[in-house]
Design a protein around this ligand. Structure first.
Ligand code: SAM
Length: 287
């Protein structure tokens, strides 16, 4: 048993970073509900969206403040003012954990710099939910979040990740999902495994594991599959003896566009593989 049963609030005025459900309202923990009901103000990414969540739980916010990516610094000033008056403030975003590919990190940093306590009220996070069903027993993971929106920048970023041994966790928007997995198949290699976690905790939740080479067919099989929200968990690079297979694919792509020496130099910089091994492979390929 703990003291939150008496009051969800700390002794000193604090900022509570509260995770909210990804879709299924039953995923709002009791402590989150109690905290949102008890604080003097709630800073929310989208106040209209959050009002619906609060209404669903019968929580009447004493104050609601809009805090989004375009006004975060300004909102931080207001939150610090309230804390200075001895008030407690909660931060929520539209879904999941604030500050994870969401606004909130700047506000948190400003509040801590100002000397106030920042306390997490943990709960749903799409990346963690997807990882929990990915079945990746070995190694760690690297959270990437959203890739760049432009195709060329996305491909360049994927090239820099081709050699990563840890699993990679991405968020992706529906209108880019098929182009994104196609680029992954080309750059990481079709044999690399991926877990596609779609609409987690919602009515049309779908979780599928497959080699990257099969993702095109998987999406083409059902037009609904390109709709909704996605987390992609890609297994880490498998590095046998010699030059890593993913690095060789990066080299191959660069060799298509550039002179041999430049391609080798860039491939070494991008992938971290030794230049000598790459050079030998480049000579072989060019023959
Ligand atoms: N802060 C959130 C979190 O803790 O997961 C993430 C916010 S980010 C702006 C939104 C992205 O998270 C979506 O584009 C999608 O990639 C992922 N996401 C959010 N909800 C999801 C869900 N129910 N199923 C799958 N992915 C989801």
């Amino acid at each position: 048993m703990n003291e939150f049963i008496v009051s969800p609030l700390q002794d000193m005025p604090s900022l509570y970073v509260v995770a909210t459900p990804l879709g299924n309202l039953q995923d709002l923990p009791p402590r989150a509900r109690d905290t949102l009901a008890a604080v003097n103000a709630i800073a929310a990414e989208d106040t209209r969206h959050s009002q619906r969540l609060l209404d669903a739980f019968g929580i009447r916010a004493k104050r609601l403040l809009a805090m989004h990516q375009h006004n975060e610094q300004q909102a931080a000033g207001q939150v610090i003012e309230w804390l200075a008056q001895g008030q407690h403030v909660a931060l929520i975003t539209d879904a999941g954990t604030p500050a994870i590919s969401d606004p909130g990190a700047r506000l948190v940093a400003r509040v801590r710099e100002a000397g106030y306590t920042v306390s997490p009220v943990p709960g749903a996070c799409a990346a963690v939910a997807a990882l929990s069903v990915a079945g990746i027993a070995e190694g760690g993971f690297r959270f990437i979040g959203f890739l760049p929106a432009k195709a060329q920048s996305r491909r360049t970023t994927l090239m820099t990740l081709a050699n990563e041994r840890n699993a990679l966790v991405f968020y992706e928007a529906p209108h880019r999902i098929t182009a994104c997995v196609a680029d992954m198949a080309e750059i990481f290699g079709g044999g690399r495994k991926i877990l596609i976690a779609r609409e987690l905790t919602k009515l049309h939740e779908e979780i599928a594991a497959m080699p990257l080479s099969e993702t095109g067919v998987w999406f083409a099989t059902d037009a609904n599959r390109v709709r909704g929200e996605f987390v992609l968990v890609v297994h880490g690079a498998d590095v046998p003896n010699g030059v890593d297979a993913a690095a060789l694919r990066v080299l191959g792509l660069l060799l298509d566009e550039l002179p041999l020496r430049t391609a080798v130099r860039l491939a070494a910089e991008i992938t971290g593989e030794p230049r000598k091994g790459l050079y030998a492979h480049a000579l072989e390929q060019s023959r």
